[in-house]
Structure formats: structure tokens, C-alpha cells
Design a protein around this ligand. Structure first.
Ligand SMILES: [Zn+2]
Length: 349
């Protein structure tokens, strides 16, 4: 990846959940990647949500299509049905094919498939569905679709070498984004361009190696498939583990530090969509996740992720365990996140 490397220290947490046991040096990019003032994009016509009174003096009606939680749950079930989506596996290839087909069917203007063999031999495939390509103002939505090859946080030692279903850690973000793709491609187009990126090889990392995580995103950030004169996305929004039971989302620490205007806009959208109970106005953990390569590349990127679970004080208790299955996926959580993202995309602030 170009330029500055993220410096991290391996130590125990003194705040929230750090996904891969990282705490970062907050000075790592000071001055080089301050997020520009950022907002959503211009809205369409017609019905429903008016911006919060505190944000504007005029009432602006925008068209916000209806997010289907059933459809999102079905998207998650389809992924789990392939089997664990471990890079290099048949299930993983089938799931990647299916994602590409779904983006196409949703009406993407183009689907870009980016393949590579990583230096340890891992095959990698990122899939990008591009909507409303004529609009140069673009928002990037992303989630990882691979699943962790080992349930290494499982309470039962015999399970710790088994692959997980990844209903929450993997399938949930993809499920929400494929439903978003369906709406963006088939209902009224939003007033901005939307790129929906499903990244690979996020979750095969080792706790002792910072760069062993988010490898599909690292590759994408190093090989962005945009035209030479095309501006970078104005913002990137990562969804990771967005289907936990009764999950509540706090402002992830890197996101807040380096892309606060985007966090503000998304949390405002949550409020407008009626999900303030799910999007707490508080700082959560710092997570080494797929948003970091985008931040390093100069794109204001945020991570919507559960890091303050009531039981664990960090991630959902199913994290990297065999219990990360469909039974523990919460349709109401998917709906809250999906409606928030759709409200963000369709509203101009
Ligand atoms: Zn994971």
C-alpha cells in the first residue's frame, strides 16, 4: 500500500473491543489524510423522510426506498447455505459467483471483478458493483464476504480448528448491501453514484501480524479500478458484524478520529430512520478492519461494527465461534443498519 503504514501496538484493551487485538498510534496519519467535509448525496423526489429539524430550517422531502429485512435475512441464509466461505474453498468460489450475479441482477451498470493470488498463495477475488455511473459524486459501501477458517474464539477447544458459518461475521454485511443494491438499482436512483464492494480475505489474519487482516481491501486500495480522471469516492462505509442480536453500534474509534464528518452523517441518518437506540452517540472500540486501507488511501472511511456488546464489553459473543450462525442473526439489527445506510444514501445533508 502506498505511503504511510499504520503503526499498531499489540496489547490488551483499555477500551471497547479491538477486533484483532490492535490499538493504534493515533498520530499515524496526522496531517496526511484529514477527511474533507463530507455529506451524503442529493436526494430524489417524492415521499417519506424529512431531515431532522436541527439540521436544516427547511423541510426537504426525499425518496427513501423501503429496506426489506426479510430480503436481507434471505441473503444471509443463501451465503451460509454455501458453507463456510474460506478463501480457496469451493463454497467460497460459489458464493463469490453468486454475489456477482446478484449485483448484476440488481441492475449494476457494471460489475468489476478483481482477482489476484496473494503472496502466500491465497486466491483473492473482490467484487465491485457500480450503480449510477454517470454521477461523479460517489459513495462506496463495503463488506467482507469471506469467513474465518477457524473458530479460534470458541469456548470448546475441539472447535477451534473448525471453520465458522459466519452468519454475522461476513454474511450480515453482504446481506444488507445486496438488499441496498436491489433498492438502488431498481427503485428511484439516489442523487449520487454508489459503488458496492464485497471484499475478500479479511478474516484469515493472525493476531501477531497487523497486515494479515483485510487483505482484499489492502489489494483494492493499492489497485483501485477507477478511471484516471475519476475522483475517489467521497466516503466509504464498511458494514461488519451488523446482525448481532440486539446489537448497538458506537462510533468506531479510527472512524471517529479520521472521518468524523462521515460518522456524523451516518449517525444523523440513523436518527432520521428512527434507530437512535441502535446507533449510540458514544465512542466504541478501535478495530483493525477493512476501512483502514481506505483511510490510508485518503478516502474518509468508517466502520459500522458492534464493539460494546453488553455481555462481552467488546464484540458479539458469537465472534469467531461456532455460534456465529443463522440462529443468532437478528433481522431487526439488519433492518436498523439497512435503513440507516439507505437513509444516508438517499438524503442530502
Ligand atoms: Zn472476523
Amino acid at each position: 500500500m502506498a505511503g504511510t503504514r499504520l503503526h499498531v501496538r499489540h496489547k490488551s484493551l483499555n477500551f471497547g473491543g479491538v477486533k484483532n487485538n490492535f490499538i493504534f498510534n493515533i498520530a499515524f496519519l496526522a496531517g496526511s489524510m484529514m477527511a474533507p467535509a463530507m455529506s451524503g448525496c442529493s436526494g430524489g423526489t417524492a415521499r417519506s423522510v424529512a431531515p431532522a429539524a436541527a439540521e436544516t430550517n427547511k423541510t426537504e422531502m426525499v425518496s427513501v426506498p423501503q429496506f426489506s429485512a426479510d430480503s436481507a435475512m434471505s441473503n444471509a441464509a443463501s451465503q451460509v447455505a454455501f458453507g463456510p466461505r474460506v478463501p480457496g474453498s469451493y463454497a467460497h468460489r460459489r458464493c463469490a459467483d453468486w454475489i456477482g450475479e446478484r449485483l448484476q441482477a440488481a441492475g449494476a451498470d457494471t460489475v468489476v471483478v478483481q482477482t489476484a493470488t496473494l503472496d502466500d498463495g491465497t486466491p483473492m477475488r473482490n467484487i465491485l458493483g457500480r450503480f449510477n455511473l454517470g454521477n461523479k459524486r460517489r459513495i462506496l459501501l463495503l463488506a467482507h464476504y469471506d469467513t474465518r477458517p477457524w473458530a479460534d474464539e470458541d469456548p470448546e477447544p475441539a472447535n477451534r480448528t473448525r471453520p465458522i458459518d459466519g452468519a454475522n461475521d461476513g454474511a450480515s454485511g453482504v446481506a444488507v448491501l445486496l438488499e441496498a443494491a436491489r433498492l438502488i438499482g431498481s427503485v428511484d436512483a439516489p442523487g449520487c453514484g454508489v459503488d458496492i464492494l464485497l471484499v475478500d480475505v479479511e478474516d484469515s489474519g493472525n493476531s501477531g501480524d497487523d497486515d494479515s487482516w483485510a487483505r482484499g481491501s489492502q489489494y483494492f486500495a493499492d489497485h483501485m479500478p477507477y478511471g484516471a480522471t475519476e475522483p475517489l469516492p467521497e466516503a466509504a462505509i464498511l458494514l461488519d458484524m451488523v446482525g448481532g442480536r440486539d446489537a448497538r453500534f458506537c462510533r468506531e474509534m479510527f472512524s471517529q478520529q479520521y472521518a468524523a464528518p462521515v460518522v456524523d452523517a451516518v449517525w444523523r441518518a440513523a436518527r432520521e430512520a428512527g434507530h437512535s437506540d441502535r446507533f449510540a452517540d458514544a465512542i466504541g472500540g478501535a478495530v483493525n478492519d477493512d476501512h483502514l486501507p481506505f483511510l490510508r488511501a485518503g478516502i474518509p472511511a468508517i466502520d459500522i461494527i458492534e464493539t460494546t456488546n453488553d455481555q462481552t464489553g467488546a464484540f458479539n459473543p458469537t465472534w469467531h465461534t461456532m455460534a456465529d450462525n443463522l440462529d443468532n442473526l437478528d433481522a431487526a439489527t439488519l433492518k436498523a443498519v439497512g435503513e440507516t445506510v439507505i437513509t444516508y444514501i438517499y438524503n442530502k445533508k
